[in-house]
Write a protein that binds this ligand. Sequence first.
Ligand code: ZN
Length: 78
Amino acid sequence: MKIGIPSILKSTDEKIVVRVDECVTCAGLPNIGEMVCHFEGGIIAGSLEKILKRPTRAVQTKSHAAGFEHCEFDVLLY
Ligand SMILES: [Zn+2]
């Protein structure tokens, strides 16, 4: 995945928390107080959907552009 360095922080039956370091979209962006990495979220959700064969939806919870050190996504499993 060419979106930075993804790692899984937590995985349950309903939710997977994915952290992305050096996110290509927002690493280096100033703090604009917004979650801007919809592209990464889409790729992560799409990849997990294929692997798990379950519908998924990614919600971004942390971003460089919102003042965090890394990006983080909650991937909800349906
Ligand atoms: Zn990002």
